[in-house]
Design a protein around this ligand. Structure first.
Ligand SMILES: Nc1nc2c(ncn2[C@@H]2O[C@H](COP(=O)(O)OP(=O)(O)OP(=O)(O)O)[C@@H](O)[C@H]2O)c(=O)[nH]1
Ligand SMILES: [Mg+2]
Length: 210
């Protein structure tokens, strides 16, 4: 499988550690254990982000610099909805994610990952409502589709779409395990970033062209 030239730019446990604004950012959000770090590794074609069968693995916000035609940052967010962590710990993560999402000018897109076996649970809907209220563009991407038989996938997708999910485009079905949908998602990012760049340039942009 091909890979994107990628490097870990920064690991942030606090907002003051966020890298300076500039390059467009695509952030990967979702419940703990949904497969955020695994999808990120599949996209970049390297085992860079830490993956674990134990929920709550990623506790920091990790920024990866990706060198594609339009360079961008891929951002691995800590998961939400992991009940067995202490309330204080959950609050700390929530505040960190909030501080990132609110007012981050460079944030071009949130990719909201949802486990294809479960669909949108209560806290997924809360995230979708919250992100829409902030008018941040969001794409819903389903994970772990290798766990559902091929013949059942279309029907499940239609059911989820009809249940009212929020997404700027048709949700993409992915598997970090067998790499289904990975090229499609990369292609989506490429076209989306090209459009984003045009819009930002039309609005005046900054010295780097963004
Ligand atoms: N079958 C299958 N398993 C997957 C897939 N993606 C992730 N997993 C497994 O799901 C578990 C969680 O994966 P992670 O990528 O660590 O999940 P995460 O969303 O980053 O979790 P946190 O960092 O805890 O929020 C691991 O055991 C992975 O191997 C997939 O597409 N198919
Ligand atoms: Mg993770």
């Amino acid at each position: 499988m091909s890979s994107w030239k990628t490097s870990l730019l920064c690991t942030a446990f606090e907002p003051r550690q966020f890298p300076p604004e500039g390059f467009p950012e695509i952030a990967i959000a979702g419940r703990s254990n949904v497969g955020k770090s695994s999808l990120l590794n599949a996209l970049i074609g390297q085992k860079t982000a830490h993956v674990s069968s134990k929920p709550g693995k990623t506790r920091s916000i990790n920024f990866f610099r990706v060198e594609t035609e339009i360079p961008f940052h891929l951002v691995d967010l800590p998961g939400y909805g992991f009940a067995s962590r202490s309330k204080t710990e959950q609050e700390v993560w929530k505040r960190l994610i909030e501080r990132y999402l609110v007012n981050r000018e460079s944030l071009a897109l949130i990719v909201h990952l949802v486990d294809f076996r479960h669909g949108l649970l209560k806290n997924d809907r809360e995230l979708q409502d919250w992100v829409s209220s902030m008018e941040i563009p969001m794409l819903t991407v389903f994970t772990k589709i290798d766990k559902i038989a091929r013949g059942k996938r279309k029907g499940e997708l239609v059911k989820y779409v009809k249940s009212g999910l929020k997404s700027i485009d048709m949700p993409i079905l992915t598997s970090a395990e067998d790499k289904t949908g990975i090229d499609e998602l990369r292609g989506f990012f490429g076209s989306y970033l090209a459009e984003w760049k045009d819009i930002v340039e039309m609005q005046g942009g900054n010295e780097d062209g963004f």
